[in-house]
Design a protein around this ligand. Structure first.
Ligand SMILES: NC(=O)c1ccc[n+]([C@@H]2O[C@H](COP(=O)([O-])OP(=O)(O)OC[C@H]3O[C@@H](n4cnc5c(N)ncnc54)[C@H](OP(=O)(O)O)[C@@H]3O)[C@@H](O)[C@H]2O)c1
Length: 340
């Protein structure tokens, strides 16, 4: 098993807020299994961005598929120094589906990129991720070659993929054309960590963004209120809480310390309120949790099945997907809320 390494590697840099990325699915649609408050209004979003800016957090993760998210970011950053802010987006998940011809696929891809540029008010997109890993090989690779040409033409800086599964993450890692990968990992989802993914990614010099640090908010739910299909996570959530109580810190500090200790990754943190971000920033820079206190917990936590830790596999996802079309992590989040 790969030892949990909260080495002194750049320990100081480990707590650097510039590693953090703001997740913005919550800003463009009702998102999150525990979300009671819905998306932030414009004033709250402005406060959240001002808090981030003051802390040195200048990267935002968005996607064409996140409803109004890109447009709200474009409006909120209009007038801001875009040399400071870096907005990462994802191609529309519907630019291609099996059997769709090349011309239509490239038409939809062009339209998705144009819509992102327009909504964000950017001529050059700093990073474009495929929201569907399968698109990497769509139309015999024509879609990807089209994106490479967009990069050569200077209309996209960097290309990458958002992986929905560990298998996709590894396939993307071994692909020299893919510079950046977004993956899901947390104390509740140790699959990639146990497979040695992060040290390997560092070896290969890939940029790794980590999402679902709180498993879409499940980590914050009272264990007794977990929906039936997530009940097998209860013991793990309680184990994390017990260690947090012993250390006198909120359990979210342990979830954050875990990803902070992964070499070179950039955590994508979802929050709807400035107050939430303030708490996460305090946890991130806090010295209260270190390797010695976290490693024993990581070693005893189980590797949970995909059905439990992959939101696109949650039952609500299935019923919503039937309603909303092709399944994806984001689909699950579109509507599901469970009272805390
Ligand atoms: N396929 C993809 O590419 C993909 C898929 C999913 C997400 N993402 C990206 O990742 C971002 C984060 O989403 P995620 O699903 O990974 O969520 P997450 O970061 O695991 O959890 C975010 C949720 O945690 C809760 N939270 C945050 N700060 C808190 C605090 N201080 N105290 C208590 N609760 C707090 C909020 O939930 P409540 O307030 O609702 O309780 C928030 O919605 C998204 O915005 C998106 O940018 C990408």
């Amino acid at each position: 098993m790969v030892a949990m390494d909260l080495s002194t590697w750049h320990d100081l840099r480990a707590r650097d807020p510039r590693r953090l990325v703001l997740g913005s699915a919550q800003w463009g649609m009702t998102y999150g299994i525990a979300n009671r408050d819905g998306a932030p209004d414009d004033a709250e979003l402005a406060r959240l961005l001002a808090r981030a800016h003051a802390a040195g957090v200048h990267t935002i993760d968005t996607a064409r598929a996140y409803g109004e998210s890109e447009r709200r970011i474009g409006r909120a950053l209009a007038g801001a120094d875009l040399r400071v802010w870096r907005v990462l987006t994802k191609l529309g998940p519907d630019v291609h589906e099996p059997g769709l011809d090349v011309a239509t696929t490239l038409e939809r891809t062009t339209a998705s990129l144009a819509a992102s540029r327009n909504a964000l008010g950017l001529d050059v997109l700093p990073l474009v991720l495929l929201h569907r890993f399968a698109h990497r090989h769509a139309c015999g690779g024509r879609l990807w070659r089209f994106l490479l040409a967009e990069r050569e033409a200077g209309r996209i800086d960097t290309l990458g993929v958002s992986a929905a599964t560990p298998e996709e993450a590894w396939a993307a890692l071994e692909d020299p054309d893919v510079s950046a990968i977004q993956v899901a990992t947390s104390l509740l989802d140790l699959r990639l960590h146990r497979q040695g993914f992060f040290p390997r990614a560092r070896e290969l010099g890939r940029t790794i963004y980590v999402r679902s640090v709180f498993l879409q908010g499940v980590a914050h739910l009272e264990p007794a209120t977990l929906p039936g299909f997530l009940a097998p996570l209860r013991e793990s959530i309680e184990q994390v809480r017990a260690v947090a109580a012993r250390l006198g810190v909120p359990s979210r500090a342990l979830y954050l310390a875990f990803v902070r200790g992964l070499p070179g990754v950039q955590p994508v943190l979802g929050c709807e309120r400035e107050a939430q971000l303030a708490e996460l920033l305090a946890d991130w820079t806090s010295e209260a949790v270190d390797a010695a206190s976290l490693t024993p917990l990581v070693e005893v936590l189980p590797t949970h099945d995909a059905a439990l830790v992959d939101p696109s596999r949650w039952p609500t996802a299935a019923s919503n997907a039937a309603a909303a079309g092709p399944p994806n992590q984001t689909a699950a989040a579109g509507v599901a809320t469970i009272p805390r």
